[in-house]
Ligand binder design. Structure first.
Ligand code: SDX
Length: 429
């Protein structure tokens, strides 16, 4: 007999069917709860709430498992490329050579952006944070490609919108950096692969061509793969919620970029480096900062630690930590004081009862900034790197929601405000 749950309310019994996924996760289906009982559920932060069914990414927070379309990220990080993982997430299977070549060719052909985007970029002050620029320019793509706004798109039109976004985000990201340092924009080169092209646009100058370093390209590829999707995290849920209103892909992703910017989410990678630099500037006493993180009267948190789902090591953090050692070794930066402070901090936290009791482990953001910094990427661009990596996941999740014709997202609430009262004229207040 199918599993179910019974709720008894005012002597009446309500049965909630149980649904089960392919990895045997289970949920009570409360789709008819309010109609049958007048009650809604209450779950701030959706800690216990499944918003959708999805076939894209599986993660197990207790076991520290993360798979994209069934493939373990450990294998993808080792054997795949970011563009191939993007194809896998968006279209559901690893591409054949012909499929990958066609996809890669299309992405290359669309890496240029409209010249008028330079005018928008030039309108930003050099002090503008690149994440604000990124979300603005991505949303402006609706102006350059107005057909992308249509709620009903043919498969070809949708794929063109997807290719355009995948192709142009690195160019927009690199140009937002160049804008912030007042340097000339560098155009993409068709002979370069996706990751190399981004590095080229970031670090080349009219006076000097960037020399690709295979260690750097490989490390960045791995980082982008590890950030590519993560089921229903805050920014992906934002993309889905905006997309559920039939808003355009570009508008939905622009919203997701803003959610990712939050320091509790993707913005944490910038916060981690700034925290490590503050500890270094303060003399490197990690115990002082561990104490601050434990002090309820201190708003300081150990950035890069803790996770809503992983109550064990974030599997991505394990891979990134190993990559950090390799990259710094290869670049002759193995004596990085920030790496040493991070390792000390990690060891101190992992043996401290406060962190053990709360199952707080390093997450994806704890070591990624150390690699970005070693690659020469400026701190303010770290969350932009996260967005570059997460883009295929946002696109895949938005596409799945629209293909499944999911209803517009509209949570309920429990009202705690004033009871009905009459208007009082200004003279009587
Ligand atoms: C990402 O969801 C995703 O999948 C996100 C992400 C992705 O790929 O999309 O994995 C990317 O966002 C990673 C997380 C990056 N953020 C940070 O590193 C910021 C620091 N971490 C936290 O603020 C926190 O751990 C969160 C936001 C990540 C998770 O917060 P929760 O699940 O809401 O947990 P909580 O804030 O309720 O904390 C539970 C307890 C509290 O203590 P008590 O009230 O029980 O005494 O743990 C404490 C918190 O004070 N706590 C921390 C802490 N994180 C949680 N204390 C010190 N330092 C921390 N980092």
């Amino acid at each position: 007999m199918a599993e179910s749950a019974e709720i008894i309310l005012d002597g009446k019994s309500i049965t909630l069917p149980v649904i089960e996924g392919t990895e045997h996760e289970k949920a009570f289906d409360i789709g008819k709860l309010r109609d049958q009982t007048g009650y809604v559920t209450y779950d701030p932060g959706y800690k216990n709430t499944g918003a959708t069914k999805s076939a894209i990414t599986f993660l197990d927070g207790e076991e520290g498992i993360l798979r994209y379309r069934g493939y373990p990220i450990e294998q993808l990080a080792e054997k795949s490329t970011f563009l191939e993982v993007a194809y896998l997430l968006i279209y559901g299977s690893l591409p054949t050579q012909a499929e990958f070549d066609a996809f890669s060719y299309e992405v290359t052909q669309h890496s240029l952006v409209h010249e008028d985007i330079r005018k928008i970029l030039d309108g930003f002050p050099s002090s503008a944070h690149p994440m604000g620029i990124l979300s603005s320019i991505v949303c402006s793509l609706t102006a350059f490609y107005p057909k992308s706004i249509a709620p009903e798109l043919s498969k070809e039109e949708l794929n063109l919108n997807i290719v355009r976004l995948i192709a142009k985000l690195p160019t927009i990201a690199a140009w937002s950096y160049k804008n912030s340092v007042g340097h000339p924009y560098v155009y993409p080169r068709n002979e370069l692969d996706y990751t190399s092209n981004f590095l080229y646009m970031m670090f080349s100058y009219p006076t000097e061509q960037y020399q690709q370093n295979p260690v750097v390209v490989s490390a960045l590829n791995k980082l982008l793969i590890l950030h590519a999707d993560h089921e229903q995290n805050c920014s992906t849920s934002t993309v889905r919620l905006v997309g559920s209103a039939n808003a355009s892909l570009y508008g939905s992703v622009s919203a997701g970029i803003n959610a990712l910017w939050g320091p509790l989410h993707g913005g944490a990678n910038q916060e981690v480096i700034e925290m490590l630099e503050a500890i270094e500037a303060d003399g490197g006493d990690t115990s002082k900062f561990i104490a601050k993180a434990k002090d309820k009267n201190d708003s300081f948190r150990l950035m890069g630690f803790g996770h809503r789902v992983y109550k064990n090591f974030d599997p991505r953090a394990k891979i990134i930590k190993k990559a950090a050692d390799e990259v710094l070794q290869a670049l002759g930066k193995q004596d990085s004081p920030l790496l040493k402070i991070a390792q000390e901090l990690e060891q101190a936290a992992l043996t401290d009862q406060y962190f053990i009791d709360r199952k707080l482990y390093p997450n994806v953001d704890f070591y990624s900034g150390i690699i970005y910094k070693a690659l020469g990427i400026p701190t303010e661009m770290f969350t932009v790197m996260f967005a570059l990596g997460r883009l295929p996941g946002w696109i895949a999740q938005w596409k799945e929601l629209r293909e499944n014709k999911e209803p517009i997202g509209r949570p309920r609430q429990i009202y705690t405000g004033e009871l009905e009262r009459d208007y009082v004229g200004m003279e009587n207040r």
